[in-house]
Ligand binder design. Structure first.
Ligand code: MN3
Length: 209
């Protein structure tokens, strides 16, 4: 998935559409995955259709090399390439809401860099709830393993040459409005129970590979 090139294809969910209930219901997840995410994939492919030299680049290469891209497609790749990258990581970072906690080296890093899991959670929640307009809140690691929380607007990504995203939460209204209407904080609170900590730990361990 991460080394895929044009034409990009919609990645199926690693779980059933009702697997994230009651936090995210089937209708919300279906619209989000089958409509919103798919549109980014389609639009990214459309943007790349006339650029054979860009068709050989992975998503990460495209997103870290935005400044070098042809002006005519730079914004389309930024928005839709980011949309593909962000949604693939978002869907892949969740699992059924059955008790799982930070584990291993990542759990130790959370305590070291934020004080405690609770303090990390408060800061992460704050980042997600206060993001003005549409965007994302992220947990990132740098190559030394130091953790940080970041916000990005629209479909922007953090600096992928510097940081390894462990997971992120989508705070565009389309991620939660069908089910939660304007109650973003309730959606974010529920989302904490969906974090796939085992996958996050694996990404953390693989940060230098
Ligand atoms: Mn979304």
């Amino acid at each position: 998935m991460k080394d895929a090139t044009y034409p990009f294809v919609v990645q199926p969910l690693a779980y059933e559409y009702d697997a994230l209930m009651p936090v995210l219901d089937e209708e919300t997840l279906r619209f989000h995955h089958d409509k919103h995410y798919k549109t980014y994939v389609d639009n990214l492919n459309n943007a790349l259709a006339d650029y054979p030299q860009l068709q050989k680049m992975s998503l990460k290469e495209l997103l870290t090399g935005l400044e070098t891209l042809p002006v005519a497609v730079k914004e389309a790749i930024r928005n839709n390439g980011g949309g593909v990258y962000n949604h693939e990581l978002y869907f892949d970072s969740m699992k059924s809401p059955v008790g799982q906690e930070p584990c291993g080296e990542l759990a130790e890093a959370i305590t070291r860099d934020f004080g405690s899991y609770q303090q990390w959670k408060e800061q992460m929640k704050q980042a997600a709830v206060t993001k003005f307009g549409s965007g994302w809140a992220w947990l990132l690691a740098d190559k030394e393993g130091k953790l940080s929380i970041a916000q990005t607007a629209n479909q922007d990504v953090p600096d992928l040459a510097e940081y390894i995203p462990l997971f992120l939460v989508d705070v565009w209204e389309h991620a939660y409005y069908l089910q939660y209407q304007n109650r973003r904080a309730d959606y974010v609170e529920g989302w904490f129970n969906l974090i796939n900590w085992r996958k996050a730990q694996r990404r953390y361990e693989m940060r230098n590979s």
